[in-house]
Design a protein around this ligand. Structure first.
Ligand code: HMH
Length: 211
């Protein structure tokens, strides 16, 4: 079994908890409350900015030009395609960018940023693999089930398109290309930690926003 598959295997339980999260189930059943979606989008808008920093750390620590070239492409997509999605949606839906994030969303941002600041290339790649592989998985299920809110459908569509799929797959393959058996325990721990942070992040839109 490849290293990335072993990481997935070891994290089956926590990953299944995330994939069965109320937020995911609500989207798949086409019943996510609109206010919850709009709160979530505000937290997500803040996270895309964090993701730019995380991938910039990965690019800085990348072991070769192939990895750097790829990661610069990821940064381009985040800055020039994901950010405009948020700018346009916030404008159209009258969503204020989240100035004060609720505790669960702040914990995700701070945890991911701390990991990127202190971790090596493989650690950062594994953290983003945990985040993106999981999104790609549930987004395919949600798209197949049907989503009536066009803004939510457009958001989920961003996570099933070829570009996102290629990104998630690149992260998985990079673990196998640059990692070895000696990395399994550490990387499995990072995957578990990130997925726990993801679960809390997706609890946040159901709670009252913090002023
Ligand atoms: C919170 C969160 N996790 C993962 C992804 C996938 O990129 C995302 N957009 N947001």
């Amino acid at each position: 079994m490849t290293l990335s598959d072993e990481i997935l295997e070891r994290n089956r339980a926590v990953l299944d908890r995330m994939l069965g999260h109320r937020f995911v189930e609500d989207i798949c059943a086409d019943r996510l409350p609109r206010e919850a979606f709009h709160r979530y989008l505000a937290y997500e808008g803040a996270f895309v900015e964090t993701a730019i920093s995380i991938f910039a750390y990965a690019a800085a620590r990348a072991p070769d030009i192939e990895a750097q070239r790829w990661l610069v492409g990821v940064l381009d997509a985040l800055v020039n395609r994901q950010m405009p999605y948020f700018e346009a949606r916030f404008e159209a839906l009258g969503i204020a960018p989240a100035t004060a994030l609720p505790e669960e969303a702040a914990a995700f941002r701070d945890g991911m940023l701390a990991l990127a600041e202190t971790g090596g290339f493989l650690d950062i790649v594994t953290a983003m693999f945990a985040a993106e592989w999981m999104y790609w998985g549930w987004s395919r299920r949600a798209m197949a089930a049907g989503i009536s809110d066009p803004d939510l459908r457009a958001w989920v569509a961003l996570h099933v398109d070829e570009e996102f799929a290629a990104q998630a797959t690149w992260l998985k393959d990079a673990i196998d290309r640059h990692g070895g058996p000696g990395d399994l325990d550490r990387l499995s721990g990072i995957f578990a930690r990130v997925t726990e942070l993801e679960i809390r992040f997706h609890d946040a839109p159901y709670a009252e926003p913090v002023a």
